[in-house]
Design a protein around this ligand. Structure first.
Ligand code: NOJ
Ligand code: NOJ
Length: 572
């Protein structure tokens, strides 16, 4: 295919655009001529780009990768999802000791979750507390969906994960000790999968791990109670012992350390981070729910500490931290970097933080700020798209598209980690999948809460991509004064729940959500394998292969798609 002149101009625009630190306007600034179609076929990118970017095809890393040229881009989307969901689930299990058929017992302890089987370039053959907690949570959702039928091996491996964490919590390590006053050792980010501490330089401590682990284990307990099940693992014994020995130390860690700086989820910056704070807050909430729902005999003193920390941390997140700025419409992941002018604050860590902190299947998380329908969150996603549409050349065919369409998303605009070392950042599967999951959860919440759709100054730019406000028939609108909520007084338009316009909007939003999954489909290989990233120029996967977290994030998005399509089809 010949490189068209409009494409070249766009690419050159992108080069100058990406060299500066860009604080994007959430409105799409460029009204460039669109390319013929938004179909993101890899072969299309390759033939277009190969002409003028030969150096990227000569990179050693790229040549080593499995080719995805056999990935049949014409495979029907629905059947692909069906297949890929199973592959993704198996991809998680393959990376857990004791259930994997490829990992040896001597190298990976039972219940330990490796981030990836890759041992060199890059070496991800470790158990990260974060990755493990997040990916085990997908297994927990699976058991819930299956109502505990035929899930024995998965149930056992979740319990082995909990047991394994009892041991690693107690290891002395370079972040500190288990037994000191602040339980400093729990901030250690990763361990060898045979339960040995990792004693080389690393971005430590990372203070999100204990909270994520507590959320996961408390979710599991909540599920056991919901289905009147109990632990099968002899070592774990019962809920009281798991709470006292494993969950409570993590809660104490949060109580003692939440206000301290630490490394972010990307392991690079020592500061305060939205992802860490919001997931810590969610862990405290999960504990409070557990105590209340089970009448757990927790001491008044500890209960007071939990409640006080919850309130202080919530105040910090909403007001004192700078995660919400008066001038920017999106959530700021690391306010100190914005202040220094080093970053614009946009970061997929905020999208992931919101997803991981609103644990709605397991209780009422209403008082965790920045829920799925929060305008700052929606604007964060829009701003990420607005930036990365230009930043990553594989997204360029989407420029100028009139309707909202998902693009490949990376970690943050200024990223330079390429999956092996540092050069240039790329799109990641976990970020792209989170675009889809957010929108599906958003639609699900709107419909299940029977909410009218309230359009105001803050979210107008987002919604106008899905519906023409001027064409909404009068019977589909609610007038602001008839609305029962005061907060609707400033609404520009309120679309009536269940009206035809409401349904059209919901369907358009779900196509938008699917468009992120279409991107995932284009970049996995023929076997459905997923690594960490895919190259921003030619789309081939790179970075750690078979990344457990990629499988889990994509599986989660599929799961929310199913739930939301069910509710959409229920003729609400
Ligand atoms: C490895 C970390 O895991 C990754 O997140 C980070 O970007 C790079 N190190 C930076 O070199
Ligand atoms: C690098 C990522 O930045 C980090 O978040 C993750 O925990 C590790 N890789 C392991 O997957």
């Amino acid at each position: 295919m010949k490189l068209s002149s409009s494409y070249l101009i766009l690419s050159l625009t992108w080069i100058s655009y990406s060299s500066a630190l860009v604080i994007p306007n959430i409105n799409d600034l460029v009204t460039a001529e669109t390319t013929k179609s938004a179909s993101s076929s890899i072969s299309y990118y390759q033939s277009v780009l190969a002409g003028y970017l030969p150096s990227f095809f000569n990179q050693e890393n790229v040549i080593e990768l499995k080719s995805d040229e056999n990935n049949d881009i014409n495979t029907d989307f629905e059947s692909w999802i069906h297949r890929q969901k199973d592959i993704s689930f198996q991809g998680i299990l393959n990376n857990i000791g004791g259930i994997s058929s490829t990992l040896s017992e001597s190298e990976v302890s039972e219940g330990a979750v490796i981030a990836s089987p890759s041992r060199i370039k890059p070496d991800y053959f470790y158990q990260w507390t974060r990755d493990a907690a997040l990916t085990i949570k997908s297994l927990i959702h699976h058991i819930d969906d299956e109502k505990f039928k035929n899930v024995e091996p998965v149930k056992n491996i979740i319990e082995s994960y909990i047991e394994n964490n009892y041991y690693i919590q107690r290891l002395d390590n370079l972040s500190g000790k288990f037994d000191d006053e602040s339980k400093s050792g729990l901030g250690e980010p990763k361990f060898y999968p045979n339960n040995k501490p990792f004693e080389k330089n690393w971005g430590r401590p990372q203070r999100d791990g204990p909270g994520l682990r507590a959320i996961t284990i408390l979710s599991y307990i909540s599920l056991l109670n919901k289905h009147q099940e109990s632990f099968s693992n002899q070592f774990l014994n019962n809920q009281t012992s798991v709470y006292e020995e494993i969950i409570k130390p993590d809660l104490i860690y949060i109580i003692k350390n939440w206000y301290k700086e630490g490394f972010d989820l990307w392991e690079e910056i020592n500061s305060h981070h939205f992802y860490t704070s919001i997931t810590q807050l969610s862990a405290l909430k999960s504990a409070l729910i557990f105590i209340q729902e089970n009448n757990y005999p927790e001491s008044n003193e500890f209960l007071t500490q939990l409640n006080q920390t919850f309130n202080n941390l919530k105040q910090f997140i909403e007001f004192d931290s700078g995660y919400k700025s008066n001038t920017l419409p999106y959530i700021i992941e690391t306010p100190s970097l914005l202040k220094l002018g080093k970053r614009c604050g946009l970061d997929a860590g905020t999208l992931l933080g919101v997803l991981h902190a609103h644990n709605i299947e397991f209780g009422n998380y209403d008082d965790i700020p920045f829920d799925i329908d929060n305008n700052y969150l929606i604007n964060t996603l829009s701003a990420m798209i607005a930036d990365m549409k230009y930043r990553y050349p594989i997204n360029h065919p989407k420029i100028g598209f009139e309707n909202a369409i998902g693009v490949a998303l990376g970690r943050y605009p200024e990223d330079i980690y390429d999956g092996y070392g540092t050069s240039e950042g790329n799109p990641w599967f976990i970020s792209t999948a989170s675009g889809s999951e957010i929108i599906y959860k958003f639609i699900h919440k709107l419909i299940s809460m029977k909410q009218d759709i309230v359009i105001n100054q803050q979210n107008k730019e987002f919604f106008k991509q899905f519906i023409d406000f001027d064409k909404i028939p009068a019977q589909d609108l609610v007038s602001a004064k008839d609305s029962d909520s005061d907060s609707n007084a400033n609404a520009d338009v309120i679309i009536r729940f269940g009206s035809q316009s409401y349904k059209t909007l919901a369907i358009n939003l779900s196509s938008f959500s699917d468009s992120f999954l279409e991107i995932v489909k284009d970049h996995v290989d023929n076997n459905g394998s997923m690594s960490e990233q895919f190259n921003k120029y030619h789309g081939f996967m790179q970075g750690a292969r078979d990344l457990t977290w990629s499988y889990s994030a994509v599986w989660n998005a599929f799961r929310w798609r199913e739930k939301t399509l069910q509710i959409l089809e229920s003729n609400f």
